[in-house]
Design a protein around this ligand. Structure first.
Ligand code: NAD
Length: 265
């Protein structure tokens, strides 16, 4: 669909790219020629191995950073290290996220604070720090990994749903502020995706119903999704790549579901 080196000369920062969706997105961007800042909670030896894996496999330059982005300082550290290495960031993917489920009256305050800071405030910090240089260069792509929970709610996910609705709103505002500056800002809203983040929910169902992990997973998925299968992380990588292409230059402020029909109902 696109030239194999479509992103040659560009540099991407993907938060939470040590696993799951972020890893898949970083892989697709690197495969297309982008230098990549890999980021996530991983020790320095594992992070160094990940950096080498990317450089050898894709022939691009990479940096690994493990800043805890639950604070403004952590986000500033991540951005400063990225700029020190590469000078500029052209593509920002705000992907890092966590989950916790409980009824609102039992929701631990510390979990609420952590989800809001990691799943929402981090995107505010990285965006405010990186968008000025994208504006100056007249080109930028900001992709926020929201969720179907940015569009609709589910039980027991007060913090997650609030954060994801928040990031959809942030996406729209930053898109409007940059509509004449060559910088597009979009949210991707996945349904169920096969990653560590949701494996515990699949396992809990399997344990409750005394069935296999695969049966537990299918049971959870079909409660919400007409399509009874999880999206592979690589498909989200392809969607991110499309948003970085010239073909997507006029898509901005949008929230794109990739959700097996979840939000069509
Ligand atoms: P994952 O658990 O596989 O990856 C999460 C990443 O975030 C990891 O790299 C982790 O190290 C990083 N991270 C978490 N807390 C951090 C912190 N405090 N500081 C730095 N890094 C931190 O999860 P995933 O499923 O790939 O989720 C990625 C994003 O996609 C999240 O925002 C999630 O809400 C969203 N999402 C996932 C699904 C799904 O079904 N898996 C569905 C919709 C949306």
């Amino acid at each position: 669909m696109f030239a194999s080196n479509m992103l040659a000369g560009k540099t991407a920062l993907v938060t939470g790219s040590t696993s799951g969706i972020g890893y898949a997105m970083a892989s697709k961007l690197a495969e297309s020629g982008a230098n990549v800042v890999l980021h996530g909670l991983m020790d320095s030896a594992e992070g160094e191995a990940l950096r080498q894996e990317f450089e050898q496999k894709y022939g691009v330059q990479c940096l690994f950073n493990s800043a805890d982005i639950s604070t403004a300082d952590g986000n500033e550290e991540l951005v400063a290290a990225s700029l020190e290495k590469f000078g500029e960031i052209d593509i920002l993917i705000n992907n890092a996220g966590i989950q916790f489920t409980a009824p609102v009256e039992d929701f631990p305050v510390a979990k609420w604070d952590a989800i809001i800071s990691i799943n929402l405030s981090s995107a505010f910090h990285t965006t405010r720090l990186l968008v000025p240089s994208m504006q100056q260069r007249g080109w930028g792509r900001i992709i926020n990994i929201a969720s179907v929970h940015g569009l609709v709610a589910s039980l027991n996910k007060a913090a997650y749903v609030a954060a994801k609705h928040g990031i959809v709103g942030l996406t729209k505002v930053v898109a409007l502020e940059n509509a004449d500056k060559g910088v597009t800002v979009n949210a991707i809203c996945p349904g169920w995706v096969d990653t560590d983040l949701v494996a515990a929910q699949f396992q809990a169902r399997a344990d409750r119903d005394e069935v296999s992990f695969e049966e537990g997973k299918r049971s959870v998925i079909v409660e919400k999704q007409p399509m009874p299968k999880a999206t592979p992380p690589s498909s989200l990588g392809d969607l991110a790549l499309f948003l970085c292409s010239d073909a997507a230059a006029t898509i901005t402020g949008s929230s794109l579901p990739m959700d097996g029909g979840w939000t069509a109902q």
